[in-house]
Design a protein around this ligand. Structure first.
Ligand SMILES: Nc1ncnc2c1ncn2[C@@H]1O[C@H](COP(=O)(O)OP(=O)(O)OP(=O)(O)O)[C@@H](O)[C@H]1O
Length: 210
């Protein structure tokens, strides 16, 4: 289980302030929601937590290890940010198994279970390029949750899903939270966030305002 501590995080890109003095602490077994208008910095904050954005100033600690000083990436993290790049000619299962092998420590059964949890069929013979938008999103979620990582980051994970699928994903995320995962998600739908999240941060112009 991991705690995330962010201290005075700042990032500018080409002179524009993208993240502005962000400080917060996130603890295991909780779901955190990020809300705010398009372009307020939700994705950038999530990328920073994943180790994919190098800050200009400030610190991100995962437990007692600092990103970019002690570790490059959090040790146990799964993420769905923007469009995941899966191989179009492989099935969903084959795509995830390949990634699981690269990550290490995730068995074929873990991969199957993660796919099933999203409502997809791990034995589906269709290749990824024939997946619908919702199926692609579910596979992205399966990729993020396989092996039940300590930290799960999901950027707008449900925008392409039907109501039944949304309910199912929410149920699975609550189970993962109860198992000790720290989950961070961004979503435009206030009601969805309020139902799911233990804490919601409102962002504006790269700042946490509430
Ligand atoms: N590659 C980039 N180069 C320069 N600026 C960028 C880049 N990617 C994003 N930005 C800028 O960073 C700011 C924050 O973007 P971010 O993607 O984090 O917003 P967001 O809150 O996730 O928005 P949305 O709700 O539309 O997903 C925006 O002003 C955006 O224009």
């Amino acid at each position: 289980m991991s705690e995330i501590r962010i201290e005075n995080l700042n990032k500018k890109i080409k002179g524009s302030v993208i993240l502005n003095d962000i400080s917060l602490t996130m603890t295991p077994g909780r779901i955190y929601g990020l809300r705010g208008k398009n372009g307020c910095g939700k994705t950038m904050l999530m990328r920073a937590i994943c180790g994919l954005l190098i800050p200009d100033g400030g610190h991100i600690y995962i437990d007692d290890e600092e990103l970019h000083r002690d570790i490059k990436f959090p040790r146990s993290i799964g993420a769905l940010i923007e469009n995941p790049s899966f191989l179009p000619q492989y099935t969903g299962f084959r795509n995830l198994r390949l990634l699981a092998k690269l990550m290490g420590g995730i068995s074929d059964d873990d991969v199957r279970y993660a796919i099933e949890r999203t409502g997809l069929d791990p034995d589906d013979k269709r290749v990824y390029r024939k997946y619908s938008l919702g199926m692609k999103q579910k596979l992205g979620i399966a990729n993020a949750i396989m092996g039940e990582p300590d930290v799960i980051v999901l950027d707008e994970p449900i925008n392409a899903l039907d109501e039944e699928s949304v309910d199912n994903i929410k149920k699975e995320l609550l189970k993962l939270r109860d198992g000790g995962s720290l989950i961070i998600t961004a979503c435009h739908d206030r009601e969805e966030l309020e139902y799911l999240c233990d804490e919601i941060y409102e962002m504006k112009d790269g700042r946490i305002v509430q």
